[in-house]
Structure formats: structure tokens, C-alpha cells
Design a protein around this ligand. Sequence first.
Ligand SMILES: *[C@@H]1O[C@H](CO)[C@@H](O)[C@H](O)[C@H]1NC(C)=O
Ligand SMILES: *[C@@H]1O[C@H](CO)[C@@H](O)[C@H](O)[C@H]1NC(C)=O
Ligand SMILES: *[C@@H]1O[C@H](CO)[C@@H](O)[C@H](O)[C@H]1NC(C)=O
Ligand SMILES: *[C@@H]1O[C@H](CO)[C@@H](O)[C@H](O)[C@H]1NC(C)=O
Ligand SMILES: *[C@@H]1O[C@H](CO)[C@@H](O)[C@H](O)[C@H]1NC(C)=O
Ligand SMILES: *[C@@H]1O[C@H](CO)[C@@H](O)[C@H](O)[C@H]1NC(C)=O
Length: 185
Amino acid sequence: MANRGIKICLVVSSLFLIIVAIVTVALFLTIFKPKNPGIFLHPVNLDDFELLSSSSAAISPLNVMITIVNPNYGNFKYKNSTGYINYNGSIIAEVPIVTSSVPARSIANVSASAGFMTQKLSADNNFLEDIEDGAFNLTANATLPGKVSMLKIFKLKAKVYISCDIVFNITSVEVDSTCISKIKL
Ligand SMILES: *[C@@H]1O[C@H](CO)[C@@H](O)[C@H](O)[C@H]1NC(C)=O
Ligand SMILES: *[C@@H]1O[C@H](CO)[C@@H](O)[C@H](O)[C@H]1NC(C)=O
Ligand SMILES: *[C@@H]1O[C@H](CO)[C@@H](O)[C@H](O)[C@H]1NC(C)=O
Ligand SMILES: *[C@@H]1O[C@H](CO)[C@@H](O)[C@H](O)[C@H]1NC(C)=O
Ligand SMILES: *[C@@H]1O[C@H](CO)[C@@H](O)[C@H](O)[C@H]1NC(C)=O
Ligand SMILES: *[C@@H]1O[C@H](CO)[C@@H](O)[C@H](O)[C@H]1NC(C)=O
């Protein structure tokens, strides 16, 4: 008798848990449908940045602050990854991005350092022409693989794809960028 009672109790409570889990995930995927994070780039030490380094140093660092706006009801945790900055289709800087997390509905500033391969730029005639015109365009992209979690219980694998258009104005020493992102679960 007692055994049977326990069995029924177990079946009922596991059914209940399964239903709660399904409803929560369904809510998460519909009402709380994942929204794309907002991404903003701000160069930090632009005045110290040596674009065409006269020294033989092959890499010129530029610190960038990456602001990530997470509009979702889930925490986003991403792993170490690498972003790329391209000039006219070829990679001219790598940006290591260190693992971190952005809490639900909040904003995080992530600092990173872009290592510009200045020799590659100095050797590009298109680039030298652009410099004479006072501005040049760059694109940047990165993929952040990670997890979205709610209440530390529900975890879904997610990837955030980021791509940015950057206008580097040499005359005014200013950088303008617009980024778009896409989250995929
Ligand atoms: C992530 O990068 C940091 C800094 O480079 C390093 O210390 C850490 O070990 C890396 N973590 C993993 C999991 O690779
Ligand atoms: C992130 O950086 C921006 C610009 O530097 C600053 O205005 C903002 O308060 C910072 N936000 C957080 C959460 O640190
Ligand atoms: C990119 O490179 C191609 C091939 O070298 C060249 O024709 C084109 O003008 C370049 N574009 C820019 C914006 O420099
Ligand atoms: C940079 O991009 C803008 C539009 O995004 C374009 O109007 C401009 O001609 C580009 N400049 C160069 C040097 O390619
Ligand atoms: C960046 O964009 C290029 C071309 O679209 C693509 O091949 C590459 O995989 C992207 N890299 C990342 C890290 O997203
Ligand atoms: C760069 O800045 C100068 C001075 O502010 C401005 O006159 C020029 O139009 C800017 N160039 C671009 C491509 O935005």
C-alpha cells in the first residue's frame, strides 16, 4: 500500500515538474523570445594609437571598450573568442575577447585590445590613398559562443554573431561605428 502511494506521488510530481519545465521553456522562447543584444564600440587610447608605426613592432595595440546591452530575460555567458577587424576584405587586426557574462536586462562594458598588423596596412596602396583622403573604412566581426540561462536552471546554448562598420576619421581622430548582432539559440 505505502509503496503504491509513493509511486503515485513520484509520478505525479515528476509530471508536474516536466510540465513546469515545458511551460517555462515555452515562455522563454515565445514571450521572452531572445532579442539581439546591442553592441557598441568605443576606442579608448585613440590619441596614442600608432596606425603606421615607424618602429619595427609588427603589432600596434588599440584598446576598445565593447558595450553589450542584453535585452533578454536570461543571463548570457560567453566563452573566450576572437574578433577580427578587416580592411578591404583582409584581416588587419585580431581582438581576443575574454570569457564573461552579461546579466539579464543589463549592460556590460568589456575591454579588449585590438592588435593591428600595421605592416600589412603600410604595404597596401589602397590604404595609403585612403589616408591621404583623411578617412578609411573598416569592418569588424566576431562570434560569441555561449549559453543563455534563466534562474540558473534552464540553460540553452546560444551564439551571438556581431558585425560592425567602422569609419576611422584621421583628420578629426574620431572613430564612428555601427554594429548589428544576431543571437541564435
Ligand atoms: C581565456 O582567456 C584567458 C586570457 O587569455 C585565459 O587566462 C583563460 O585560460 C582562457 N580560458 C579558456 C577556457 O581558454
Ligand atoms: C560603460 O561605459 C560607458 C562609456 O564609457 C559608460 O557611460 C557606462 O556608464 C558604462 N557602463 C557600465 C555598466 O559600466
Ligand atoms: C580593395 O582592393 C581592391 C583590389 O586591390 C581595389 O580594387 C579596391 O579599390 C580596394 N578598395 C578600397 C576601398 O580600398
Ligand atoms: C566608407 O563607407 C561609406 C559608407 O558607409 C562610403 O560612403 C565611403 O565612400 C567609404 N569610404 C571609403 C574610403 O571607402
Ligand atoms: C567574419 O566574416 C567572415 C566573412 O563574412 C566569415 O567568413 C568569418 O567566419 C566571420 N568570423 C567570425 C568570427 O564571425
Ligand atoms: C572627418 O572629420 C572632418 C573634421 O571633423 C570632417 O570634415 C570630415 O567630413 C570627416 N570625414 C568623414 C569621412 O567623416
